[in-house]
Write a protein of this length. Structure first.
Length: 528
């Protein structure tokens, strides 16, 4: 073992490895050792472990040793393999827990890397410009609660396939920031949080699958994913944080889960293809610039739960025609804090929305706001049957006397039922206007119950025993976007009892009913 001293470099946080290597600030000398082709230094926390500092060999397929001179290799230092254009594959031992800044930067021939099973920390740009890397598996250790990441794969122009091992709980902040070739990602079950900027600047990302275990998605998580077309948010999500989908220019529609209370600042800013947005009755406030520059948005329906709308939330929505406010006391802000200018900016709602008409109750804040800013206003009368809704909206109503839930796309039927005592529970899901899979509606004249099924044989059997066929109620989504779960109440079995079946897209509601004794009958059909 030969000992030598080298100077270690202290650098400030930045993303350019060339900038890092040029920083002249120098710290105290650190002892380095060599063992064959490997240079290493001892870890401060333990003399029995070491950090690999440099590889001087010429092998193209490198297996990093788990020990050097009896010392356990637990880390790979900054710049350890940087600009090694010959290395094609690297196997990292399970002893390694952290990979330093720019460790593999510029390894342009590196096409395969095994991260091992223990890595919990990826520093800035550790795999930057590994242009031959096409796929990588992220171990469960990198999605543990202790994991930490900085933008690590910037410039990996061929990295299209990323697999996340099961067993993790968190996707750390910044982990896949700038993965420019990534097209699809499936978040494994068990993950509860997607960190801030986790997928920011992934311009090729088209589709994301998120399990219902995810309860928190950090701000900017999918910001500037300009190709993102399809994403289904989990029912467990309670808030839409700042700029989660900022500048997602290809996103046309998105579901807002029924538990969401807050839509954050710039949440959908610049989603220029977004055509419709359904806000559940749980939403209480909409942040500043939340839907700013959504140039394709035509109709917005605010449920009566919304209390405040932040400044410029719907500005520059150039196609917006109808804005419905069902809360007479909604507060509209005319200003917001511009972070780039460091000052308050005056910007009335609906600026640069030349075609918008506001709809609200007589004497409401909506009417006063429209009058103040010379916006056309049409008064609503009760639960206005003339109010247009997003095409395909399926209304859910509840009969407190029989316990039955009814589903309909007919606003007039909905309003008539509300007038005779049914409770309107909001929009349950969005159905396609047409598809190859109709959902049939039948009626039991004895119990007053409606039943819905896409199974023609089930429909025919019910008609055979006395149910009335009422036609096609709606259509199931052939793309199988949002599952509608079907449950059966074994206690409502009499021919004069209603409420035997229930249908919901809410996994939490389904699980609660199963816990209370209802039987899970699988997926009844699909919404969009």
């Amino acid at each position: 073992m030969k000992k030598k001293k080298l100077l270690s470099v202290l650098v400030a946080a930045a993303l350019s490895c060339s900038l890092f290597s040029a920083v002249p600030i120098v710290s105290q000398a650190a002892e380095r050792y060599t063992s064959g082709d490997w240079e290493y230094k001892l870890r401060e926390e333990s003399e029995n472990s070491c950090t690999i500092s440099r590889y001087s060999g010429s092998d193209k397929n490198i297996v990093i040793p788990s020990t050097l001179d009896g010392k356990t290799v637990t880390a790979i230092d900054s710049f350890a393999f940087s600009e090694n254009t010959e290395v094609a594959s690297v196997i990292i031992p399970d002893t390694v827990q952290s990979i330093g800044m720019c460790a593999f930067d510029g390894c342009s021939s590196l096409s395969n890397i095994d991260l091992g099973k223990s890595v919990r920390s990826l520093d800035y740009s550790c795999f930057q410009n590994c242009t031959s890397l096409t796929s990588i598996e992220i171990p469960a250790s990198m999605t543990s609660s202790e994991a930490m990441a900085h933008p690590s794969f910037v410039g990996c122009s061929s990295l299209k396939n990323i697999t996340l091992a099961s067993g993790g709980v968190v996707i750390p902040d910044n982990l896949f920031y700038g993965c420019e070739a990534l097209e699809y990602i499936k978040i494994p079950k068990g993950i509860t949080k997607i960190g801030e900027m986790a997928f920011r600047d992934c311009p090729s990302l088209k589709e994301v699958t998120i399990p219902d275990s995810v309860k928190d998605i950090g701000q900017f998580a999918f910001d500037r994913c300009s190709s993102l077309e399809k994403i289904t948010l989990p029912d467990s999500l309670q808030n839409i944080e700042r700029a989660i989908f900022g500048s997602c220019e290809s996103l046309k529609k998105i579901n807002i889960p029924n538990l969401v209370q807050h839509i954050g600042e710039e949440a959908f800013w610049g989603c220029s293809s977004l055509e419709e947005i359904m806000l559940p009755d749980s939403v209480q406030d909409i942040g500043v610039l939340a839907f700013n520059k959504c140039a394709s948005l035509k109709t917005v329906i605010l449920p009566d739960s919304v209390k405040t709308i932040g400044g410029a939330a719907f500005n520059s929505c150039s196609s917006l025609k109808d804005f419905y406010d069902y809360n007479g006391n909604t507060e509209y802000s005319d200003e917001y804090f511009d972070r780039s200018k460091g000052s308050i900016v005056y910007s009335p709602q609906f600026s640069d929305c030349p075609f918008v008409t506001m709809h609200g109750y007589p004497g409401s804040n909506a009417e006063a706001y429209a009058a103040k800013h010379n916006i056309p206003f049409i008064p609503l009368s009760g639960d206005d049957p003339e109010a247009p809704v997003v095409e395909g909206s399926m209304f859910r109503l509840y009969n407190p006397n029989s316990g039955e839930h009814l589903y309909t796309s007919n606003a007039t039927e909905k309003n008539n039922l509300v007038s005779v005592g049914w409770k309107f529970e909001g929009t349950a899901w969005i159905a396609p206007v047409s598809s190859n899979t109709p959902v049939y509606r039948v009626y039991n004249p004895n119990s007053g119950e409606h039943h819905y099924t896409k199974d023609a044989a089930e429909k025919d059997n019910l008609v055979r025993i006395g149910w009335n066929y009422e036609g096609i109620g709606w259509y199931s989504d052939d793309n199988q976007g949002t599952p509608l779960y079907r449950l059966y109440n074994p206690n409502a079995t009499g021919q004069y009892e209603a409420g035997g079946h229930h249908y919901t897209k809410d996994v939490n509601e389904r699980n609660s009913l199963i816990a209370a004794g209802w039987r899970d009958e699988g997926i009844g059909w699909y919404g969009m």
